[in-house]
Design a protein around this ligand. Structure first.
Ligand SMILES: NC(=O)c1ccc[n+]([C@@H]2O[C@H](COP(=O)([O-])OP(=O)(O)OC[C@H]3O[C@@H](n4cnc5c(N)ncnc54)[C@H](OP(=O)(O)O)[C@@H]3O)[C@@H](O)[C@H]2O)c1
Length: 279
């Protein structure tokens, strides 16, 4: 039995479908199992890494896990580690981390994923770490303003980056569940360096529509992040790092191609498949 947390999310859903399609027995953890909409063969159990007791119950008889932590990542890693130690059967974990871990600026996103890698790594016999940069699907943040106003107001600046398809992150994750990937750390990007303005242009070309692009001020972004977390200091640090010219995901990395044996999927392909969200 293989456990997937974050199973209904952008990466987790692809992981579950991929494994179920190969006939592998999967247990999926979700806060809302009734709405999970996962393949029939998948055992969907209630819970979340926020609730270590639910993880402990879900780990019964599980030897491998694909772990996604969302929210208080560090606390969830601690809860997962405790449950893994108690369950005892877990042999190998693939952890979805972030390339924020190798960002030169210290900030909360980096700190929490660093902690999660360390904490989960200490609790299981074997770990593979995935460190993706920004996902193609982050462009869904712009869907409403593109639909309603034909414009993008970008919160994270306009730095170049090489966004990665969440389906490719999942593909690497599924491959990494095999023992030969034990101990490996994969930095994952897409195949092209693009700015947010480039991504907006591609969306406009596919939609056959001229889209306006503007970058939100740093203060506007900090205020928006603060409204979500209630912590202005953390928001300032995260925004400074995300808008820095030194983001580590601005270089194309070979790991997706190497692990999957085919080229990483470009943003244009992802966008073409998700145009309905922008119409
Ligand atoms: N987005 C990016 O560009 C990016 C880049 C690098 C790394 N990452 C990392 O990848 C991981 C997944 O991020 P994501 O944005 O893609 O997640 P996501 O797919 O939106 O979320 C995965 C699942 O987690 C559950 N969930 C959502 N919010 C939660 C919360 N506050 N507490 C507990 N469970 C929650 C939901 O499942 P249920 O409702 O079914 O429980 C959701 O389907 C995170 O650790 C993130 O830091 C993201």
């Amino acid at each position: 039995m293989l456990l997937v947390t974050g199973a209904t999310g952008k990466v987790g859903r692809h992981v579950v479908r991929n494994l179920a399609g190969r006939g592998i027995q999967v247990r999926a953890l979700s806060r809302r199992p009734g709405e999970a909409d996962l393949p029939e063969s998948v055992e969907v159990v209630p819970g979340s890494p926020e609730d270590p007791a639910s993880v402990a119950a879900a780990l019964h008889g599980v030897e491998r896990a694909f772990v996604v932590l969302v929210g208080d990542v560090e606390a969830q890693a601690a809860g997962f580690a405790e449950a893994a130690r108690a369950a005892g059967a877990l042999k190998h974990v693939v952890l979805l981390s972030s390339s924020a871990v190798v960002h030169p600026l210290q900030h909360r996103i980096r700190a929490e994923h660093e902690a999660a890698e360390r904490i989960v790594g200490a609790a299981v016999p074997s770990l593979t770490v995935l460190r993706p940069g920004p996902f193609h699907s982050n462009a869904l943040w712009w869907a409403a303003s593109i639909r309603d106003e034909g414009r993008v107001r970008c919160l994270v600046g306009d730095n170049p980056g090489a966004p990665v398809d969440p389906a490719d992150v999942a593909g690497v994750g599924v491959a990494a569940l095999s023992p030969e990937h034990a101990g490996r750390v994969y930095e994952l990007t897409g195949p092209q360096v693009l700015s947010s303005a480039d991504q907006t242009r591609i969306l406009g070309e596919l939609l056959g529509r001229r889209l306006d692009f503007a970058v939100a001020t740093e203060e506007e972004t900090v205020a928006m992040f603060t409204a979500i977390t209630g912590d202005r200091g953390t928001a300032e640090g995260n925004v400074r790092a995300l808008r820095s010219r030194r983001v580590p995901w601005a270089r194309v990395r070979p790991a997706v191609d190497e692990v999957l044996g085919r080229p990483a999927r470009p943003f244009r392909d992802w966008a073409a498949e998700h145009l309905a969200a922008y119409r």
